[in-house]
Design a binder for this molecule. Structure first.
Ligand code: CO
Length: 212
């Protein structure tokens, strides 16, 4: 059998054994249910594993990942995750985590086609277009990509705040906070870019909903 594949099965056995060694009740407790405080919306990139970079355990973080951590209001997948995380699990913090060196952001900056993902990356081209005066003025392509990565995270934080799910939660007294982070692949460190806390004033007026 292929060693790369076997490694996973062996790894899993070690994982289960070690966890049970540290705490014999570990899996029994987890099997009772989840009550995570955090929703992580990150990039699919294999180098940015949500639990590992935040030193969190199983059960602590609800996770959604897609290419270049985009929050699209017509994406049933991310909206279902968001609704469940906020309304059922009651997460207290939502984190959008981008990362420097993001291939998705780089691809969106280019004029090449990559297949189906072009349609997805269109969302990031739109972010570029919105900030093109600032971005076009940055000569270094690396620095321009870094800045677009940051602007994309900030945009996705705003997209979250614009959803009815978040606004209704705030209206109902649920103070769920939204944080925008960028992770440095070469430092392992997170930089906090922006946070939105239960404040309708942070939402552009046209996106504000009213509730009875
Ligand atoms: Co990425």
């Amino acid at each position: 059998m292929d060693a790369a594949y076997q490694k996973l099965i062996i790894g899993n056995k070690k994982f289960a054994m070690e966890k049970k060694f540290d705490d014999p009740e570990y899996f029994k407790k987890l099997s009772l249910g989840q009550k995570p405080d955090y929703l992580w919306i990150g990039c699919s990139d294999s180098r940015v594993p949500a639990n590992e970079v935040t030193r969190t355990e199983s059960g602590e973080m609800f996770v959604h990942r897609n290419i270049a951590n985009v929050v699209v209001h017509t994406d049933l997948n991310v909206m279902s995750v968001l609704e469940y995380a906020v309304n059922v699990l009651g997460v207290k913090h939502i984190i959008v985590c981008g990362h420097y060196g993001c291939g998705g952001v780089r691809a969106a900056m280019s004029h090449k086609t990559f297949g189906l993902v072009d349609k997805w990356l269109r969302n990031i081209k739109d972010v570029y277009h919105k900030h093109h005066l600032e971005l076009d003025a940055i000569e270094s392509e690396d620095k321009r990509a870094d800045r677009l990565t940051e602007l994309n995270v900030i945009e996705q934080v705003q997209n979250l705040a614009q959803t009815k799910i978040i606004q209704r939660a705030w209206h109902n007294g649920n103070h769920v906070a939204i944080h925008g982070w960028v992770y440095g692949l070469n430092s392992g460190l997170i930089t906090e870019l922006k946070a939105v806390y239960d404040d309708r004033n942070d939402i552009e007026p046209i996106y504000r909903y009213e509730f009875d």
